[in-house]
Design a protein around this ligand. Structure first.
Ligand code: FAD
Length: 354
């Protein structure tokens, strides 16, 4: 027989932990189902040299601040992972791992049915917190299936060593592209390929400002803030060093791929050994497709965090479309606080009892 809860959280990364903190205080019954083998969500898969683009004080989940790094620098991937592991040990959220949610369906009446590889769960509400890491996006370039060289997405990039001495294209003009180019260019003959000229933030602007901008934009105060967003490149130390080496010359995309390389807009063909796609992610929403909530734009349309076409479904993380800066550590906590209040009220209201 299916276990029954007020709320099931699908995914067990930082967004789930933030929701869990407020759910426990609300006194609702809930469980977190995560297909990761360990704590940390997408951070488990970040590349070895990955640093946050804000200090620890701007990277904390509710309740327990992330400890400052010994030298005050931005936390590394391993420091974020350590924080998330210790956060779980401190609050012991009810996480089951590894459990993969395959489908979320309507069960009739008050419940959704959450179908997993560890059995079915019934729940009055579901919080989607599946993140984006499992849905890397690569543009559909003509001829990509013929390319015989190495192709990886930044989701699977770890270290620059495998690219040493090779002719490499780093595709994508955001922070991932800039950070990966910065280190790959030390070992490889690397070219940066971007749709437009990349936008670099001033050296003294970091994730703190991006966070405030995202919040101001959603609250309608953007006029008071300088323009810019989470896609703009933060000048973390390795990126600054690469700029000093003159690495950041970007060219516009190739028009076609061949078995051995690419063809540039002018028709010139060039041999390439490897392409690193730093072209972003899409929200990993496929488990919710049986609810018929996924729109042609690939998103689930929400009012705040509540899905418009299925009010038992709520979404946290993913991007600012479901809450200001909600894909960040600090933003997830702030959004979770108001979301759980609304979810609790909704569960207590007669309108949900259909
Ligand atoms: P995830 O961490 O992706 O967690 C989702 C979890 O759900 C995963 O464990 C996944 O395995 C699981 N899951 C997925 N589908 C299912 C399913 N069907 N069933 C069960 N489990 C499932 N944020 C900051 O705050 N500061 C920064 O400086 C910063 N820098 C970043 C730099 C880079 C290069 C990147 C890529 C991101 C950065 N972020 C930063 C953003 C952000 O913190 C992460 O993307 C974050 O991991 C999102 O958390 P999440 O909980 O929403 O999703």
């Amino acid at each position: 027989m299916a276990e029954q809860f007020d709320v099931v959280i699908v995914g067990g990364g930082q967004a789930a932990l933030a929701a869990s903190y407020f759910l426990r205080r609300a006194g609702l019954t809930y469980v977190i189902l995560d297909n990761g083998a360990q704590a940390g969500g997408a951070w488990v898969h970040g590349w070895d040299s990955l640093h946050l683009f804000s200090p620890a004080s701007y990277s904390s989940l509710p309740g327990w601040p992330m400890p400052d790094t010994p030298d005050g620098s931005y936390p590394t991937r391993d420091e974020v992972l350590d924080y998330l592991r210790r956060y779980e040990a401190r609050y012991t959220p009810p996480i089951r791992r590894p459990v993969t949610v395959g489908r979320v369906e309507r069960a009739g009446g008050k419940f959704l049915n959450i179908r997993t590889n560890a059995g079915d769960f019934l729940s009055r509400a579901v919080i989607g917190a599946t993140g984006t890491w499992s849905a890397p996006f690569i543009p559909d370039v003509a001829g990509h299936e013929f390319f015989g060289g190495t192709q990886i997405h930044s989701a699977h990039y770890q270290i620059p060593a495998p690219f040493a001495g090779r002719r490499v294209l780093v595709v994508g003009g955001g922070n991932s592209g800039a950070q990966i180019l910065a280190e790959v260019s030390l070992l490889a003959n690397a070219t940066w390929v971007t749709l437009q000229d990349p936008v670099f933030l001033p050296d003294d602007v970091d994730g703190r400002v991006l966070f405030e901008r995202a919040t101001a934009r959603v609250l309608g105060n953007a006029g008071a803030m300088p323009t810019g967003g989470f896609g703009d490149i933060v000048m973390v130390p390795p990126v600054r060093a690469a700029r000093e080496r003159g690495v950041f010359h970007a060219v516009r995309p190739f028009v076609r791929m061949t078995a051995t390389g690419v063809v540039w807009p002018g028709g010139q063909e060039e041999a390439i050994d490897a392409i690193i796609w730093c072209t972003g992610f899409r929200p990993a929403l496929s488990a919710f497709a049986p609810l018929d909530v996924i729109e042609p734009d690939g998103l689930i349309h929400v009012n705040g965090q509540q899905a418009i076409r299925e009010p038992r479904l709520w979404l946290l993380g993913y991007g600012s479309w479901c809450g200001p800066a909600s894909a960040t550590l600090l933003g997830a906590g702030r959004v979770a606080r108001s979301m759980i209040r609304q979810l609790t009220d909704w569960l207590a209201s007669p309108t949900q009892d259909v």
